[in-house]
Structure formats: C-alpha cells, structure tokens
Design a protein around this ligand. Sequence first.
Ligand code: FDA
Length: 585
Amino acid sequence: MSDIQTDVLVIGTGPAGSAAAALLSSYGVENMAINRYRWLANTPRAHITNQRTMEVLRDLGRDVEDEAYLFATHQDLMGENVFCESLAGEEIGRMTAWGNSPQSKAEHLLSSPTMMNDMPQTLMEPLLFKTACKRGTQARMSTEYLSHEQDEDGVTTTCRDRLSGKDLTIRSKYLIGADGGKSLVAEHAGLPFDGKMAVGGSMNIHFRADLTKYVAHRPSVLYWVMQPGADVGGIGMGLVRMVRPWNEWLIVWGYDINQDAPDVDAEMATNVARQLVGDPDLEIELLSANTWTVNNYYATRTSEGRVFCMGDAIHRHPPSNGLGSNTSIQDAFNLAWKLAMVLNGTAGATLLDSYDAERAPVAKQIVTRANKSIGETKPIFDALGMTEGVKPEEMQKSLEARGDATPEAEAQRAALRAAIAHKKYEFDAHGVEMNQRYRSGAILAEDQQEPPFEKDAELHYQPTTWPGARLPHAWVYTHETGEPLSTLDLCGHGRFTILTAIGGERWADAARAVGDRLGIEIAAHVIGPRRPHVDHTGNWAALREVSDSGCLLVRPDHHVAWRRHAMTDDPEGDLTAAMKTILAL
Ligand code: FDA
C-alpha cells in the first residue's frame, strides 16, 4: 500500500511542472507536484515570454495574465538588440527584435490578444505555482523523485523526503516527468533521444549594478558584446542580459567545454562584468554565479505508458530564440486537458497517444532551431574578421577598419548588416513561436489540404483554421456591452467549443445535444449581428475559412480539431462522429 494517493503526480515545479499542475487543478483533476528543493527557481534563467505562452496564462484566467504583465518588463523595452564592443564602447550594429519593428509589431498585434514580454523565471514560476496551489494542487517541496514502476492501473513512485531522510511511495494514475534537463523520469521511462548533450559550456553571472547610462537610450533585453577573445564556448560572445531595467543583469559568458567548468568567484565575476560593460571601475553586487551546458538533444518519443515527460526533460537546447520555458508551458497546455478527460471517463485512454504525436515534432523543431541560431552568429564574427585562429590584434585592426572609406570596408559593412539582419531567425521568429500545426488521432483534417505557408514559416505566423492549427485570433464584440473579446477567449478553459455564424444555429444545438450525450460541455457561439458576439469589423469572417453556416470545433488547447465549410444534413450526427473519433471513444 502506498503512503499517498493522487490522480496525477507531477515531478518538478519549474515552468512545465507548475503549468501542468495549474492547468490540471483548473480542470478539477486531483494532482500533486513535488520538487526536490525547498523553493522555486532561484536564478532568472528563462525570460522571453512569447504570445502563445501568454495565451496559456490568459486561459488560466485574466487574473493570472494581468499579474504576469504587472511583473514583466513591457515589450516596448525589449527590442533594441545591440551588438557592441562593450556597453560603454562603440556600437557595432543593432536589430529591432521581439516584435518591436513596425512590421513585426503589426503581425504581433494581429495574431493574438496577448503581448510578448520579458518575465524572468524567478517571477514566472511563483505565479504558476501559486495558481496551482490556490486551485487545489498538493505541493510537496524537499521531496526528491527516486524511481517509478508502472502497471496496468497506475504508477508507484518512490520519493525521498529530504527533511526526514525517509523514503515514501506515491501511487498515481499518471506520472508527469517535468524534472528538467537531467530528467531521471525520462531516463527511467526509457524515452529514446536524438542529438548530443554538452556541446558547449556557459556561465551565468547574476548581479546588480545601475547601467542606465549605457542602455536606457537603446532599451533591450540583450546586449551582445563582441570583443577579440570573447568568443569561447556555446553562445559565441559575451552577453549582458537585462533582468530588471536597468539595475539587475545576467551575464552569459562561454567557457571551453573541453576544460573543467570554471569556479566563478566574486573576483572573476567582477572582472568579466567590467570587461563587458567597459568600465574598469564598475562595482557589482554579485547575486549568484553558476555554469551550465549547451545541449542539442530531444526525445523522439515523449511518453511511455502512463508516464508523460515535458519541458526540458524532452527538449534540451541553448537559450537562443527564448523557447525553453515557453515550450514547456505549451507542452503542459497540450497534455492537461487530455489527462482530465481520460481521468473523468469522457475520453478513451488512446487520446493520450496524441501528446506524443503532437509534441515530439515540436521538441525536435525547437531544439534544432535554437542550435541553428547559435551557428548563425558566425557570419557576424566573420564580417568583423573575428574568425577562429586570427590573433586578437588582427581582430582589433579589422574592427577598427569598419570606418574606412575603402571598398573592403564598404564590403565589410554590407556583410555585417546582412549578418545582423539574418539574426531575425533568432530574435524575431514569430512563426517558430506560433505556427505549430498538429497531426494526430485527436485532429480530424480528413481530406482537407494543408494550406502552404505563403511567407517564411519561421519568421511569420500564418493564421488558418485547417484542423491541427491554432485557432486564429480576431477581436469580436459582445452585443450587450461592446466589450472586445478574442476568438480565443470564447474557447479554451478545459472545454471544446463550436464557433459558427448566422445560419449555423443547428451546430450550436448539436453541440448541446452531443455534449449531453457524451457527458461533456461543448460551448457554442453563434457570431453575428444581434447575436451575443458580433464581428463588427469583419476580421473574423476574413480569417475563419468556412462560410457563415459552417463550423469550427476547437479543442481546449485552442487548436482546431475539425471543421465543416457549411451546414450539413445531419450536424448532430456529424459532430457526434467527429467527437467520438477525437476523444478515442
Ligand atoms: P526546470 O529545470 O525549470 O525545472 C525542473 C524542476 O524539476 C525543478 O523544480 C527541479 O527542482 C525539479 N526536479 C529535478 N529533478 C528532480 C527530482 N529528482 N525530484 C524532484 N524534483 C526534481 N526559456 C525561455 O522560454 N525563454 C528564455 O528567454 C530562456 N532563457 C534562458 C536563459 C538561460 C541563461 C538559461 C540557462 C535558460 C533559458 N531558458 C529560456 C530555458 C528555460 O530556463 C528552461 O527551458 C525551463 O526552465 C525548462 O522548464 P522545466 O520546467 O522543463 O525544467
């Protein structure tokens, strides 16, 4: 007999585990989350928070979303991505990043009701964890996962209570391994991986210092310092990252992975900070220092039986593109509603197979992108003549030649501009963040052709209601008060939703009837004049890709599961068949 029972045991309270627990509790699933430490993230690792993640927070509740904006640094202060010789030294180039260029800003505004922002992990984790605990998650800190065994009915997990030193067992119906980049759960579950761990070494130096005079006129989260000799290790150059504007910072500095990780003491940290800031007298208040490795490693299968892994446990990659915590939270959004429906008996267990089918390709995609982005820094170095093997004095000469009126210097300036502009694939890759289209048993695309991407799919989000894609956002207005609501706001919250328009009322009737029969709530919205929600601008009609009498069936995680272009002869029969397939009934 196990010491403790719960429906879902979550190992880890990082972004993945806390988000999973918060969502499960919001959906009414009994769950427990454990963390081997006694508190949450103590360093501000992840920070770039993309629109898709903010949509998950918004789905958790407007209170959760609002609190995130309250803590986060606003998107307006994120964008001037600077390349310089040092913060005090000469600026080499700049790209406007993270949805701040006028073109990209428009795309962001059109794509989502939410805004990208900068929210350090030290603030994101407590928000998600607090939401989980407030809504019912049993949290157990100082509790370390040791091993698990699964059988037909559930999983028995052995943990160590680090306060008493005693082992305990927890029996759950499902186990979530959200235990980070050294996941024991993934290892014990035997998940297969591709790629390589530890392809580079980096150190973080977290400190306080008022750097306003160097940065406030070019507000950014990232200041890239390119100095001869600074190109060691994974990231490729020294990075000064804003944690809070403009007095809390994190320096990321590479070390040679073939050597032992350095011991970063206060003296070394101060020296590195002085060098990158370019102020030999700079005093810093060192908050922490640690080393980490750059990985290129992803699970090709994300679950085994009743054990599901998410977050860094299944995708391990460098911070380029700022995808780690974002993808971890989005993994949780994909799995939580499925577990909820299987546990309450309204879906068949094979619905859970779709987690692997849908998220394993995302793991591969983001690990590959993040590592590619590191490689795409090289042309900047090349343009500056800072190529491996060249002596620092030669590099310095080449840097200085940039201002010369010579054909070589003109070519160098052009090459530098092109190399920096190409970094939009790292710093403004809206498509990477928003374009995921799922293919699985929980999506019924039937014979409908996938619309090809008209622009670069990594840079630009392309809305479509093709089954598998995320529901496009458009503002619609409540008939009563005129309040704007996103189409995404009409969906989610753990429920399936039917969206239709005038002439599609029978889909709404079908949603009620099918919901009653299957024992689930299927929300239904008829959007149109004199209906509860009105598409005054016509923006929704332009995006929905079905006629007024057609319908979209949207999953709790905002992805379109099925659609019909127009009213059919038997909407109830058609919806019943679709729901049964999607829910594996
Ligand atoms: P995470 O490692 O955060 O959490 C794992 C949890 O499991 C912890 O609670 C841990 O204590 C617990 N645990 C581990 N083993 C256990 C055991 N045996 N028993 C019990 N508990 C156990 N991402 C992003 O989206 N945007 C960004 O801008 C950045 N930037 C960034 C910068 C830097 C410098 C770094 C190093 C990383 C980033 N990231 C990022 C990546 C991001 O930090 C990372 O992807 C997420 O923290 C992953 O979240 P997880 O919850 O999966 O693991």
